[in-house]
Design a protein around this ligand. Structure first.
Ligand SMILES: NC(=O)C1=CN([C@@H]2O[C@H](COP(=O)(O)OP(=O)(O)OC[C@H]3O[C@@H](n4cnc5c(N)ncnc54)[C@H](OP(=O)(O)O)[C@@H]3O)[C@@H](O)[C@H]2O)C=CC1
Ligand SMILES: O=C1O[C@H](COP(=O)(O)O)[C@@H](O)[C@H](O)[C@H]1O
Length: 497
């Protein structure tokens, strides 16, 4: 990518720069952008945290974290350029007086990007602090991390607090799945290829599966996770964003609101799941001890700091239906869980069988076409097609076999650096492009749908189904599809342990 000359420099402020997200993701991603020469020469990066430290110590710490988390040797030339951009300021974000010091570190004549890598509970304080020292104007952008709220009501409160000081066009809500190359490729795949564009509806598609499996557990985040659960942590945001991209109508252009308008329509068309249908359409699970990749791991209730009575779900499977013209009668099966055998995210489109069989038994025994979009880790696209078995026959019949057309990104783009999602998203914020960020109405609509399921689970008083760590979730999730004569897709990736 070549840097557009119209791209203006900015003061990029990382609130919460001592936190896990900043250290592990944001600063290493910014360093990669530096390496790719995609940061404007005059852009400054200002770390903000409540710990008092010298700039020298901060710079040393950033370097150590880049080495630790980028997993590569540092390039001294890049580091020299990068370190010269860094600044550090100590602010207690809840103390309105401490923002005056902060003000001295930014240039009000430049664009300011405020990345709030802090608990959402203090987003309002930060906005008030910035306002109190008179540095908010229409050029300021604010980046909000997920989760925005715990439910619809609390998300409205947080969004209102931010909206008191910022217009929607200044707010960039992160869902890091929207920065993944393969998730973005869903748009290209669907709308740049007429073979898919014209076959993408209930006439041709039988059902869709979206699986986001993780092999990790809760990684020492009991406090956060137990309050959230897999539904709020993964479904409310990442899975529903993927579903929206798979199901949306073609946007008129790639501009932010064209795409977001279409995604919102999908979220609005999701059939509500409530006490009347929750048992038939959802499965929730909680992992018990087991083995993942050969290593023994504790159950959820045995994790550090665990409340042994917790009924929080670490696995969710849902049969979602989209009540609109395009998708009538096409189920979208969603599945996500922690401590599954391997990390794998895939979208699988199952096409309908051809209406008439002129090939005989070999046609009947083969599965219909399938499009597998491998989001991670072995990124790529695979199509299963039926093919004639080559050779001569005396009967005049034609034997068929299943073949795969496989595009592996790592082979096809071997020389390309596949950027981390945060690289992409940080660049887009600096460029001022909101297309890959979630609009308020999308977040709220997703909460509406998810809240109803959570409420139905609460009122059912059924505990989550146990599943052994290192398996694909509770057996009930197999039943969710089996009773409709379907089964979860098992890819080569998902068989890799
Ligand atoms: N970590 C991740 O992978 C992901 C994180 N997120 C979201 O990103 C945000 C940050 O997460 P994460 O980095 O993990 O959280 P951490 O708790 O690791 O970091 C939060 C940072 O905010 C700082 N902070 C909190 N209160 C104040 C205050 N009053 N004044 C100054 N600083 C304060 C903390 O400072 P101190 O160290 O002094 O307490 C800490 O450095 C959260 O909204 C989270 O949900 C989203 C997706 C993934
Ligand atoms: O947002 C989150 O995502 C991660 C999974 O992200 P990935 O890029 O590694 O697929 C998840 O582990 C975490 O619990 C959640 O908060």
């Amino acid at each position: 990518m070549v840097l557009d000359t119209s791209y203006e420099p900015c003061d990029l402020v990382l609130f919460g720069t001592q936190g896990d997200l900043s250290r592990r993701k944001l600063l290493p991603s910014l360093y990669q952008l530096e390496k790719a020469e995609l940061i404007h020469a005059d852009t400054k990066i200002i770390g903000v945290a409540r710990q008092s430290m010298t700039l020298e110590d901060y710079v040393d710490e950033v370097r150590a974290n880049i080495i630790k988390f980028s997993g590569e040797e540092i390039c001294e030339k890049t580091w020299q350029q990068f370190s010269e951009r860094l600044d550090y300021v100590c602010v207690d974000m809840k103390d309105m007086n401490s923002y005056q010091t902060f003000k001295e570190h930014v240039d009000p004549s430049r664009i300011m990007v405020c990345y709030l890598a802090t608990p959402p509970a203090i987003y309002g304080d930060i906005c008030r602090g910035l306002n109190g020292c008179n540095i908010i104007d229409e050029s300021v952008r604010v980046v909000l991390e997920k989760p925005i709220g715990h439910d619809l009501e609390s998300s409205k409160v947080i969004n209102d607090q931010v909206a008191e000081f910022f217009e929607e066009r200044q707010i960039y809500r992160i869902d890091h799945y929207l920065g993944k190359e393969t998730v973005l490729n869903l748009i290209a795949l669907r709308f740049a290829n007429s073979i898919f564009a014209t076959n993408w509806d209930h006439n041709c598609i039988d059902h869709v599966q979206i699986s986001v499996a993780e092999s990790v557990g809760i990684e020492g985040r009991w406090g956060y996770f137990d309050d959230a659960g897999q539904m709020r942590d993964m479904v409310q945001n990442h899975l529903l964003q993927i579903l929206s991209l798979v199901a949306m109508e073609p946007p008129t252009t790639l501009d932010a609101d064209s795409i977001r308008d279409e995604k919102l329509k999908v979220l609005k068309a999701l059939r509500p799941i409530n006490a009347s249908n929750v048992a038939d359409t959802t499965v929730r699970g909680q992992y018990t001890s087991g083995f993942v990749k050969g290593n023994e791991v504790p159950g959820y209730l045995e994790e550090d700091d665990a409340n042994t009575q917790s009924q929080t779900e670490t696995f969710v499977a849902i049969k979602a239906e989209i009540d609109n013209w395009r998708w009538a009668g096409v189920p979208f099966y969603l599945r996500t869980g922690k401590r599954m055998p391997t990390k794998v995210s895939e979208v699988v489109i199952y096409f309908k069988r051809q209406p008439h069989n002129m090939f005989g038994d070999s046609f009947k025994s083969l599965p219909p076409n399938k499009l597998v979009i491998r989001l991670q880790p072995d990124e790529g696209v695979e199509i299963t097609v039926m093919n004639k078995v080559p050779g001569l026959t005396s009967s005049g019949s034609m034997d068929l076999q299943k073949s795969k057309l496989n595009l592996s990104f790592s082979e096809a783009f071997a020389d390309e650096h596949i950027p981390d999602a945060y690289e992409k998203l940080l660049l887009e914020v600096m460029l001022g492009n909101q297309a890959l960020f979630v609009r308020r109405d999308e977040v709220e609509q997703a909460w509406r749908w998810v809240d109803s399921i959570l409420e139905a689970w609460r009122s059912s008083s059924e505990p989550p189904e146990p599943y052994q760590a290192g398996t694909w979730g509770p057996v009930y999730s197999i039943g969710l599809l089996a009773r409709e004569n379907r089964s979860w897709y098992e890819s080569k990736q998902s068989k890799k342990k």
